[in-house]
Design a protein. Structure first.
Length: 489
């Protein structure tokens, strides 16, 4: 990596001295000066050669075809079809029809120059009732998808759980039932065995925090439950256990050399000011604010403060379970959309989380407060705290109004602003040696945004849901250039 940067620096010095020796024509002087200034600026924003530029989706958000090829029902079919749960009563019945249109969409990815694509497998496509006999047609779809990606020169990253739990398992208690963790491991081992000849990277669970908080605490996501703190803490533990069991099952069944990790939406603790005391506070907060998952997975224990906070609501767990949860991973994926600001504090914790003031700027989705530094501090603190050697930003991106201009195009300058600033901070981390090896923009296509239905668009490619027409947005042109130049532009 350093090699790459120093070669560029050398090239810049050579280019600079050559320019000084030639006398430019009067007319082009200003032009060439600004172009070379731009070149210098860009080379200072470049990424290592092997950096994996990607984009991400999830099965229920894009596939549609919910009643095809033997697929069983998931909790999202049930939840989205019940009234009042999603914006405008939207469902994923058709979504982007990716199940049928994937080849065309991969063509679009290829035109952008994507090096990798993160998709998720729908558990009820592979095991319609969660356990038992697999449905060969389900797996067949993912085999064709992987083949098409490889043919386009795109490295597949496979997530095994992005929230579409088989309804049959929810009927038996879902993640509150310890058997679900075991069922997940069986499905994960089976699927990895079948795909790992062609897929090198597997992610067990996507966003454990969202599964537990939105699905079982707030009730805003499937299965729409609002459980008490004790039940939540216990199922939180089973979700972590599911990750560990699945990781071991994948290792037991997949081709040697397969890499396994996680995608967690950590609280990206960010110092309010970059001073020694606030940075120290953010470091402590990274561990404590992520004690329910990432710290447990990395350390094999729940922090003392976490257990103290939960008191009588603390989960029941065994030493053996904690060891399973902490089975060594090959990489960590983190999803970061917004910062969690932290300041130093005299309290026992030694830090305080600072909620955003009402006037704090955000993107179209109010929860996406703008804090590009989160993409510097998030990966930096995670890698320092737990000595991580390989990391990926498995999601980052934003919603935008995305209205069609009179010329039929979408000029999403706000999304470009967001991406440019976040990527600049990511580059800052990478240039300091933080081992982030790739970045997945959420998302390649507008899609079913869970409870927000189709109203919040996150794609860099616009989807007209009535016709399934795709229109690349300005942000797609921006990302194409970033990938092409391997630099923030
Ligand atoms: C992630 N929050 O969800 C998911 O992994 C994607 O499926 C989703 O489409 C994307 O982000 C955009 O929302 C999140 O409230 C949902 O902090 C909510 C939050 C974070 C992530």
């Amino acid at each position: 990596m350093l090699d790459n940067f120093s070669r560029r620096t050398f090239a810049r010095i050579v280019a600079g001295s050559a320019a000084a020796l030639t006398l430019p024509g009067v007319e082009s002087a200003a032009d060439s000066a600004s172009v070379s200034a731009l070149d210098n600026h860009k080379s200072s924003l470049s990424f290592p050669k092997s950096f994996l530029w990607g984009s991400a989706t999830a099965s229920y958000q894009v596939e549609g075809a919910v009643r095809e090829a033997g697929r069983g029902l998931s909790i999202w079919d049930t939840f989205s079809h019940a009234s009042g749960n999603t914006q405008n009563g939207d469902t994923g019945d058709i979504a982007d029809d990716f199940f049928h249109l994937y080849k065309k969409d991969i063509q679009l990815m290829k035109e952008l120059g994507l090096k990798t694509f993160r998709f998720s497998v729908s558990w009820p496509r592979v095991f319609p009732s969660g356990v038992g006999t697999p449905n060969p047609q389900g797996l067949d779809f993912y085999q064709r998808l992987v083949d098409a990606l490889l043919e386009a020169g795109i490295q597949p990253f496979c997530t095994l759980y992005h929230w579409d739990l088989p309804q049959a398992l929810q009927d038996k208690g879902g993640w509150e039932n310890r058997d679900t963790a075991k069922a997940f491991a069986d499905y994960a081992g089976y699927t990895a065995e079948k795909l790992s000849d062609k897929v090198k990277y597997f992610i067990t669970l996507n966003e454990m925090r969202t599964i537990v908080e939105n699905g079982y605490t707030l009730g805003t996501h499937a299965p729409g439950l609002k459980l008490d703190a004790k039940r939540v803490a216990q199922l939180n533990h089973f979700v972590a256990l599911a990750h560990g069991l699945a990781l071991r099952a994948i290792r037991a069944h997949a081709t040697p050399g397969t890499k396994v990790g996680i995608s967690d939406n950590i609280k990206a603790t960010t110092p309010v000011i970059e001073s020694r005391e606030h940075i120290e506070a953010a470091r402590k907060a990274m561990r404590e604010e992520n004690a329910m998952f990432l710290a447990a997975v990395m350390e094999g224990r729940y922090t003392d403060q976490y257990l103290k906070r939960l008191a009588a609501n603390a989960p029941y767990f065994t030493a053996e379970e904690m060891e399973i949860i902490a089975s060594p991973m090959d990489f960590i994926g983190i999803n970061i959309y917004q910062p969690t600001f932290v300041r130093a504090d005299d309290s026992e914790k030694g830090y305080a989380v600072v909620p955003p003031p009402d006037s704090y700027p955000h993107m179209l989705s109010p929860w996406i407060t703008i804090g590009p530094e989160a993409l510097y501090w998030g990966p930096k603190l995670v890698s320092e705290l737990w000595k991580v050697k390989e990391m990926y930003i498995t999601e980052n991106g934003t919603s935008s109004t995305d209205s069609l201009a009179p010329d039929g195009k979408i000029y999403d300058t706000d999304r470009v602003m967001y991406l440019r600033n976040y990527l600049t901070q990511l580059r800052r981390a990478v240039s300091e040696g933080v081992p982030v090896k790739g970045y997945f923009l959420w998302s390649i296509l507008d899609n079913f945004e869970w409870a927000d239905g189709y109203e919040k668009r996150f794609g860099i490619i616009y989807v007209d849901f009535a016709t399934q027409k795709r229109i690349p947005k300005l942000s797609a042109a921006f990302y194409k250039q970033v990938i092409h130049e391997n630099a923030v532009c």
